[in-house]
Design a protein around this ligand. Structure first.
Ligand code: RTP
Ligand code: MG
Length: 143
């Protein structure tokens, strides 16, 4: 018999999600899926953390609008755990563009394009085990 391997992912409720009072709805979907929330914190983030978090996008046209958006209000950061939680949360979130994200997903059900400089899509989820380890280290260094 194989042993389930718990996996951790970093989830962010972005400023649009917090402002729209959707934090509880996002956490509800994570818990309803069967994942555990092992760390949770609301905070206002600075440019330094965001530059590290989004280092892969540095130099792209949406980089600065993205950083500005992420500093526009509080963010809720969570570490979510469960077998295949990285892939599982990405599936719950839906694809990047909320206009076309599948209904049933967080972005598909709750998001839309507001015509802003950078697409506001409610949540972030780590995209690989390497990203998850790096991002959890940035956001929750004591974990
Ligand atoms: P996330 O990192 O936030 O979970 O989203 P993602 O993987 O689906 O998207 P990613 O490609 O990593 O991009 C990070 C965030 O940058 C904004 N973005 N805008 N062409 C654009 O206007 C564009 N591309 C990306 C989005 O907010 C996206 O979530
Ligand atoms: Mg990403």
């Amino acid at each position: 018999m194989t042993t389930p391997q718990p996996e951790r992912t970093l989830v962010l409720v972005k400023p649009d999600g917090v402002a729209r009072r959707l934090t509880g709805e996002v956490l509800r979907r994570i818990e309803a899926k069967g994942y555990s929330i092992v760390a949770l914190e609301q905070r206002i983030v600075g440019a330094d953390l965001l530059a590290q978090h989004y280092a892969e996008h540095e130099g792209k046209p949406f980089f600065q609008p993205l950083v500005d958006f992420m500093m526009s209000g509080p963010v809720v950061a969570a570490v979510v755990e469960g077998h295949r939680a990285i892939e599982g949360f990405r599936s719950l979130a839906g694809t990047t563009d909320p206009t076309t994200a599948a209904p049933g997903t967080i972005r598909g059900d709750l998001g839309r394009d507001w015509g802003t400089a950078v697409v506001q899509n409610l949540v972030h989820g780590s995209d690989s085990p390497e990203s998850a380890a790096r991002e959890i280290g940035l956001w929750f260094p004591r974990l």
